[in-house]
Design a protein around this ligand. Structure first.
Ligand code: TYD
Length: 136
């Protein structure tokens, strides 16, 4: 999987003076069926999250509130995005080492995932990730 597969995707936004509304349908607005939702919150200043890759899992990450940075690394190159809107997010293909940092206070990072939690899908060692990623 190449870094070019990972993109910021704009989501539908219904603007309304009463407040905006955004919705997400799996396989329509993001390229997979949603099997799991989780979120990071109460992240203390200076904390780093992520620091792993997934063998097969696909994810879509949104800053529901506040902001943070995400860096994706496909084993050859890296790219960083600053997420700070609720109407867009980053699509993360399999075999991407991800690092999240620079969380603003009160930020919430919501993640939509293509599968249930499976620790066997994680690669938590960066050198192991590099050797697998560069073999492709
Ligand atoms: P992890 O994915 O390593 O966190 P992050 O990438 O945000 O830094 O998960 C942290 C812990 O939470 C780890 O012990 C596994 C557990 N966990 C679940 O039990 N279910 C889940 O859906 C997720 C995402 C994590």
């Amino acid at each position: 999987m190449a870094l070019e597969d990972c993109k910021m995707l704009d989501l539908p936004k219904i603007s309304d003076p009463r407040g905006n509304l955004t919705f997400i349908e799996g396989e329509k607005h993001i390229p997979f069926r949603i099997q799991r939702v989780y979120y990071l919150y109460d992240v203390p200043g200076g904390a780093d999250r992520g620091e792993h890759a997934h063998k097969t899992l696909r994810q879509f990450m949104i800053a529901m509130s506040g902001s943070f940075d995400i860096t994706l690394d496909d084993g050859f190159s890296k790219k960083t995005w600053h997420l700070n809107r609720s109407f867009n997010g980053i699509y993360i293909s399999p075999m991407m080492w991800r690092s999240l940092d620079n969380f603003s206070s009160g930020s919430v990072c919501m993640v939509l995932a293509s599968d249930a939690y499976d620790e066997n899908d994680y690669i938590r060692d960066y050198n192991e990730f590099l050797s697998l990623a560069r073999r492709r």
